[in-house]
Ligand binder design. Structure first.
Ligand code: ATP
Length: 492
């Protein structure tokens, strides 16, 4: 069967990502692990640039937001109060014919009958809930022993470790006193970063002395045991989120929901995603969490369809109220003007780092025609990244590698630029081929040191270089002393 142009485009993107060192399958040499990915030398730069720009506009450039970095391993009580232990699940079904397992919403409906999308069979099991959280154990027990330990009620409030009655001969294993109580050995890998923000709300309010409305931002890993990880890094089991919890008064919630939706759209445009590929879906009442008074999904036109990049939700006072109940600790805000105490409401823009990276690569990937060394037109692969997110900002080339003076000058330029930006030095191969290699990884600028730079042809051109722009391939002559300013003004 012929693949659709979109499927072919996606294949080219995945293969470029591997070939040029953006993204590899995790544990690849052992056959890989489904839904897990490793970022290579260029991928890690791209990802970092996305996170840094998010942090810059969401935290550093604002007076009303502070940051935090919470732990990944999470106390089960936190996720019980938040509702995740009870309800963070997808409905799962099995196809009895081809034995594939999938989310119930992935079944296709033909003539009113639900069918397996892979083999078309309608012999499907009843849907059952599957909790997406990943569990692990902490403490000095070997999870393989099957032991769990329980904390006596008295110790629980003190937050101490459980009492250990004796150890067995094998010091790895501990036999634990088990009065009736709560399981504490089990902890969860957080399914979102947001909960640690709610749990630390009071501490951060006190130390930052912020007044409503204000926000707490966090970037970090989250884990979900997705039933069908797919579409490359779009849906994986380990991923990163960039989340802001913006606390406010109840009456400001709906207005702030609109405000943050607009801010977040601007963010995507500012990193190079065209506005007409972004879409705002108003999540209908029946699909919204019961506590949310309004939710938008910001979607992007991926080659595999229009899919969610980010959710922006007005979550009312649900989260803080739940944690106040769950912990029996007051999480209210005291308004000094009105002398009232209340639980703040919250608006949450929650974005995926990996999905943003994928959107950037999909948006940037293009093929055009450009002349090769001999002037013959060839297909050129270009990643048209916005300079702000491009992994490498500028490549520096001596025209010839066997001319000592050219090499020395090029090295000087690398030293000049390096404190300001990530640069790459390349002296091998014909200059045209070096340009192409940088085009393919999205480097927006190339600086070439040639004989004019040395003043050998025209004294007026001494200490100038050729600055080449990736997309237009236009070249201009720039004085070395102006290079830092010229480049930094274009990449910030
Ligand atoms: P989906 O409906 O696609 O599963 P979601 O609505 O469950 O996503 P949220 O819980 O709102 O997602 O999480 C916020 C953001 O975190 C998402 O918009 C997405 O960018 C990112 N995200 C969530 N799950 C994954 C995943 N499995 N892999 C990569 N990113 C994810």
């Amino acid at each position: 069967m012929n693949k659709s142009p979109d499927a072919q485009r996606m294949e080219k993107i995945v293969s470029l990502c591997k070939r040029r060192g953006f993204i590899f399958q995790s544990s690849e040499i052992y056959g890989g692990l489904n839904g897990l990915w490793d970022y290579g030398p260029l991928g890690v730069e791209l990802k970092r640039n996305v996170k840094n720009y998010w942090w810059r506009v969401m935290v550093h450039e604002r007076d009303d937001v502070v940051g935090m970095d919470g732990s990944i391993l999470t106390h089960p009580a936190v996720l019980t109060a938040s509702g995740h232990v009870e309800g963070f699940s997808d409905l799962l079904v099995d196809c009895r014919t081809c034995k594939s397992r999938m989310r119930a919403d992935q079944l296709v409906r033909k003539n009113g009958i639900k069918q397996c999308p892979r083999c078309g069979s309608s012999d499907i099991t009843e849907p059952r809930a599957f909790n997406l959280m990943l569990e692990t154990h902490i403490g000095s027990i070997d999870p393989r022993s099957g032991l769990t330990y329980e904390m006596p009620a008295a110790d629980r409030t003190a937050g101490s470790t459980p009492e250990i009655s004796s150890t067995t001969s094998d010091s790895q294993f501990v036999d634990i006193k088990r009065p009736a109580g709560e399981l504490v050995a089990l902890v969860y890998l957080r399914p979102e970063t947001a909960q640690s923000i709610f749990v630390q709300f009071k501490n951060i309010l006190e130390v930052s002395r912020k007044k409503l409305p204000f926000g707490i931002a966090q970037i970090g890993k989250a884990f979900r045991n997705e039933i069908n990880p797919r579409n490359f890094i779009f849906r994986s089991r380990e991923f990163e989120q960039m989340e802001l919890e913006y606390f406010c008064r109840a009456e400001e919630g709906m207005k702030l929901l609109e405000y943050w939706k607009e801010e977040r759209l601007k963010f995507y445009e500012n990193i190079g995603i065209a506005r007409d590929t972004l879409h705002v879906l108003t999540v209908p009442d029946e699909e919204r969490a019961f506590y949310s008074k309004g939710t938008y999904d910001i979607e992007y036109d991926f080659p595999f369809g229009r899919q969610e990049l980010e959710g922006v939700a007005y979550r009312t006072d649900y989260d803080l109220s739940q944690h106040q109940k769950g912990s029996s600790k007051p999480l209210e805000y005291f308004d000094e003007e009105t002398k009232q105490k209340f639980i703040p409401h919250v608006v949450e823009p929650s974005a995926g780092v990996d999905r943003t990276v994928l959107a950037l690569i999909c948006e940037a990937y293009s093929e055009d025609q450009a002349p090769n060394e001999k002037g013959k037109m060839e297909t050129r692969v270009v990643l048209r990244f916005h300079p702000r997110v491009a992994p490498i900002k500028c490549a520096v080339f001596p025209l010839l590698k066997n001319k000592e003076k050219l090499v020395a000058k090029a090295r000087e330029i690398v030293d000049l630029l390096r404190p300001q930006m990530f640069v790459f030095y390349d002296e091998s191969g014909a200059i045209g081929r070096r340009y192409r290699r940088q085009d393919e990884i999205g480097t927006p600028f190339g600086v070439t040191v040639d004989f004019e730079t040395l003043g050998e042809k025209d004294a007026a051109l001494r200490d100038t270089v050729t600055l080449r722009e990736r997309d237009s391939m236009k070249q201009e002559r720039v004085a070395i002393r102006d290079l830092v300013n010229t480049l930094t003004s274009r990449i910030r």
